[in-house]
Design a protein around this ligand. Sequence first.
Ligand code: ADP
Length: 386
Amino acid sequence: MAEKSKHSSRQKSVIDVSDFENFLEEYTSRLEAQVARESRFYRMMADAMPQIVWTADVNGKADYFNKRWFEFTGLTEAESLHSGWLSIVHAEDLKRVNNAWSTSIKNGSPYEIEARLKERQKGSYKWFLVRALPGSEGGKKIIKWFGTCTDIDEHKKNQANKDEFIAITSHELKTPLTSIKAFNQVVEMQLKKIHHSDALDITEKMSLQIDRLNDLINDLLDISLLDTGKLKLNKTRFDFDEFVFSAVENMRLINPNYHLKIQGRSGKKIFADRSRLEQVIINLVSNAIKYSPDSKKVLINLDKDSSNVYAHIKDYGIGIAKADQAKIFERFYRVERPLPEAASGFGLGLYIANEVLSKQKGRLWVESNLGKGSTFSFTLPAIKGS
Ligand code: ADP
C-alpha cells in the first residue's frame, strides 16, 4: 500500500513539471507579445508627436529616434545612431553642444541647449531647443536618457527681429534727441539773458525729461550691445572707495534733497571698467531713490573680504516681494504694482547691471522686505595685495 502511494505521487509530480513548463512557455510568449505590443505602442506615440524624440544609453550614445527626426534630417538610422547625429549640428554650435552633453552625462544633470540642426530638403539650418532628462532605476543608477528637440526657429527669428528693431530705433532716436537737448540749452541761455524766469522753469523741466528719455535710449542701446556680444569693457586699475565716493557725489548733485550716506571702507583697488561700473552704482542708487517715495535716506556700505570688495546699497522704500526678487534681474521685468509717479522705466537697469558685473567676475543680489526697504549688493574681485 505504501509502495503504491509512493508510485502514484511520483507520477503526479512528473505531470506537474511538464504542465508547468507548458505554462511557462505560454506565459513567456504572451509576455513577449505584450512587451512587443507596448513597445510598438510607445513608438507609435513618439512618432505621432510633432517634436523630435530620442533616447540615448547611459554613456550618451543615441539608440533611438522617432519618425520626425528622420523626416527632418533625412538621415538613416545607421547614420543617426551613436554619435552620428552630431553631423547635422551647425559647426558654430558643435562645441557647445558636445561640451554640454558630456557634462550632463558625467554629472547626470538635465541637458538643455539651443542649437541649429540641418534640414535635409533645404540644406538650411533651423533652431531647436534640445533637452534630455536621465531615467534612473530606483531613483539612483541612470539607465537611459530621454530627449526631445523642439523647433524654436520662429521664436528665434522673432527675437532677432526684435533685437534688430531695438538696435535701429534706439540708434535713430539718439540723434534727434541730442539735437533737441542742444536746442534746449541754447533757448535756456537766451532766456537767462532776458531773465525770463517763467519760461526758464519750462526749459528746466524739459531738460529733465530729455535726460530721462536719454537714459531709456541708452539702456536700449546697451541691451543690443549685450545681445550681439559687442559690449566691450575698458578695464583700468583704480581705488574702489574713491570711485564710489565720486560716483555718489555726482548723484548728490542731481538729488540734493536726498541723504546719500557712505559707511565703511574697502581700502582695496580693483581692475574694472570704471564708466560701466559707475553706470551700475547710478542705477542702484537711482532705484533706491525712485522706489522710496516716503524716505529720503539711502545708505551705501563698503566692505571687503580676503579677495573681494563689496558695496551694499540700502533703502527704506517699498521693498520687493520674495517671488519677484529673482525675476527683477531678467530683462524687461517690472514688478506689477501701483508705482510712484516718477518710477517709470523699461525694467532693463538691473539686467544690464547684472550682466556688466558678471562680465567682470562680479555678482549682484538683493535682500528685501516688502514695505520695509531693499538692500542691493554687489561684489567684484579686488586686486591681490592692493
Ligand atoms: P526699472 O527701474 O526701469 O523698472 P530695473 O531693472 O532697474 O528697471 O528694476 C526692475 C524692477 O525691480 C523695477 O521695476 C522695480 O519693480 C524693482 N526694483 C528695483 N530696485 C528697487 C528698489 N530699490 N526697491 C524696490 N523695487 C525695486
